[in-house]
Design a protein around this ligand. Structure first.
Ligand code: ADE
Length: 260
């Protein structure tokens, strides 16, 4: 069983989302346990202060180290007491602490796969301008959703948790659906359709109604190759193509050239 602990100054942001969708299913199927921790419960002043002004001046508030340190210790992180060099105060390997931050490494599907094999992940969510730099000593990994800034780490932690939860055994009923995900198989996935067959003069491609599985698979593979060629040629350059793929891709290129 995997455990997520989310340490946040805004736990109400997380409440409904951790009880919905894949996160709910994973918990119901005992593949996952989710605990949200209110950082303010680890303050010692009557205002329950978790942030303060930056030394040296400047705009924005900074997350204080003491409540984070207490919350991490309570969540099970093994840390030497203060003293010694910063390097000596690094947290040991278990649980795994992730700091969502725009300064981190960009999140990829392979990170979700790697993280889905951990036993306990703590997401340390900051809002405000950022964290006191000394908190970084207890963080194993800093992860960014992408090259933009959002209001805080909670939404980023939810993205990661949902991405990980659906990879856990028995959470997504159809294993093949996970294996053919865009980014898992290296190509963007083919378009999908459902009933009705005709919708406002648009009809579903005939091949999908044919019941001919080999033809359907061929059509899907060709569509995936075409879409990836147009939208993400960088992905296409990395994927291993077999002879049939190469044939389909040359058909796509000829058809696209004919259209332009
Ligand atoms: N917090 C603010 N912006 C973020 C981003 N892009 N990724 C992760 N955490 C964040």
């Amino acid at each position: 069983m995997l455990q997520f602990t989310i340490i946040s100054g805004l736990p109400e942001y997380l409440q409904s989302s951790v009880s919905a969708g894949h996160l709910r299913i994973a918990q119901e199927r005992r593949a996952l346990e989710v605990e949200t921790v209110d950082l303010r419960d680890y303050t010692e002043d009557s205002y329950r202060t978790i942030d303060d002004e930056p030394y040296g001046g400047g705009r924005g508030m900074v997350l204080k180290p003491e409540p984070v340190w207490r919350a991490l210790k309570t969540a099970g992180l093994k840390m030497p007491e203060a003293g010694g060099k910063l390097g000596n105060r690094r947290a040991s390997g278990h649980p795994w602490v992730i700091l969502p931050t725009p300064k981190g490494k960009s999140l990829m599907q392979e990170d979700l796969v790697r993280l889905s094999k951990k036993r306990h992940i703590i997401f340390l969510c900051s809002r405000y301008k950022g964290i006191d730099e000394r908190i970084r000593a207890w963080v194993h990994e800093e992860i960014s959703l992408g090259d933009y800034v959002i209001g805080g780490g909670e939404a980023a932690a939810l993205v990661m948790m949902e991405g990980i939860a659906r990879l856990l055994q028995d959470v997504v009923g159809d294993k093949e659906s996970v294996e053919t995900d865009s980014y898992t198989c290296g190509l963007l996935s083919a378009p999908t359709y459902t009933r009705p067959e005709e919708f406002m003069d648009w009809s579903v491609p005939q091949v999908l109604l044919s019941g001919h599985h080999a033809e359907i698979n061929r059509w899907r593979r060709k569509q995936a190759l075409a879409l990836t060629l147009v939208r993400r040629p960088d992905m296409l350059a990395k994927v291993e193509l077999n002879d049939e793929d190469k044939k389909l891709l040359s058909e796509v290129i000829i058809e696209q050239a004919g259209r332009s």
